[in-house]
Design a protein. Structure first.
Length: 331
């Protein structure tokens, strides 16, 4: 409400200042317009006698009529401005009165609404208090009934507990008797079982020892036999590859291109890895000739000679899939 009053007063001050400024502007304009006409008689009086004679009476009257007309128009405009100011002032007064009335009505409405809310709150509090009282009475009644039932249930439970305790005592005595009989029986059976298991274990250990000894001897014999066979097969593979050495060297030399005529008497050891059908998989110099061009030309010649002559027996492959080749074209 206070904020609305402040806004209303601020608006009224703004309107007042605006009207004052416009009034000053209009007054200045009127002065500018009126000043020339008010000075005409002086100009006419100070004019030379010859010029005054030239001005006719009709023109002087015409000028005076124009001045009178302008004065009347200005007075009419000023009256209209004054009337507008009065109407605006009256409208502002009515607006202020209406705003004050609205503020008073709003304050009254809020007061009535506040009283209504307070009364409603009092009524709700009274209802809540009554509901709490009734709930408390119901709670006390329910608690008393629950306590009575708990007491009855407690007595019945105690009686049932004593009955079950007696039954449990008799059951435990009977179970204990049976347990002891069962333990005696099981103990005898367990002792007999352990005796038989120990006897069977000893027999099994003896049999296992004999079996392991036989397997050990057989494994040693088989290992020795495999080693002998492998050695024989390796010797055969090496010998078979050696038989093809001249053919391999011939194929490589046929594919070799001498890097320069100055290379004479050089040799290099190359590790060659081939597939099972003699395809060259890799060729790597492991002992250089001292000349990188010669070494590289030897590797290229081996790659070009692929596939190399190779023993056809597939059992030889694992023993000769990699071999060292001495490349000595001038040897």
């Amino acid at each position: 409400m206070v904020e609305q009053l402040r806004r209303g007063l601020g608006y009224t001050r703004s309107v007042f200042f605006s009207l004052a400024i416009h009034s000053l502007i209009f007054a200045s304009l009127i002065a500018d317009l009126w000043w020339p006409f008010s000075r005409i008689p002086d100009v006419v009086e100070r004019a030379p006698t010859i010029e005054a004679a030239a001005v006719s009476l009709e023109e002087i009257q015409k000028i005076k009529k124009q001045q009178e007309l302008v004065r009347q128009q200005e007075e009419q405009r000023l009256r209209e401005i004054e009337e507008q100011k009065q109407r605006k002032t009256e409208a502002e007064r009515l607006a202020r009165e209406q705003e004050q009335q609205r503020i008073q009505e709003e304050a009254e409405r809020q007061r009535v609404e506040q009283e209504r809310r307070e009364q409603e709150e009092v009524r709700k509090l009274a209802e809540q208090a009554e509901q709490e009282r009734l709930a408390e009475e119901r709670k006390k009644t329910e608690e008393a009934e629950q306590k009575r039932k708990q007491e009855e249930a407690k007595k019945k439970a105690e009686q049932e507990r004593k009955r079950k305790q007696e039954e449990e005592r008799k059951r435990k005595e009977e179970a204990e008797r049976k347990r002891k009989e069962e333990e005696a029986r099981k103990k005898a059976e367990e002792e007999e079982r352990k005796r038989k298991e120990e006897e069977a274990r000893k027999q099994a250990e003896e049999a296992e020892k004999r079996r392991l000894e036989k397997e050990r001897k057989r494994a040693e014999e088989e290992k020795l036999l495999r080693e002998l066979e492998a050695e024989v097969l390796r010797s055969q593979a090496i010998r078979s590859l050696s038989n093809l050495r001249d053919l391999i060297a011939e194929d490589i030399e046929n594919n070799w291109r001498r890097p320069s005529q100055e290379i004479q008497g050089l040799q290099a050891t190359i590790k060659v890895r081939v597939s099972i059908n003699g395809e060259v998989l890799s060729a790597e110099v492991i002992k250089s000739s001292g000349d990188l061009k010669f070494d590289r030309s030897a590797e290229v010649a081996i790659d070009k000679a692929s596939p190399l002559p190779f023993p056809p027996n597939p059992k030889y492959y694992d023993y000769i899939k990699e071999f060292n080749l001495l490349f000595n074209p001038d040897g």
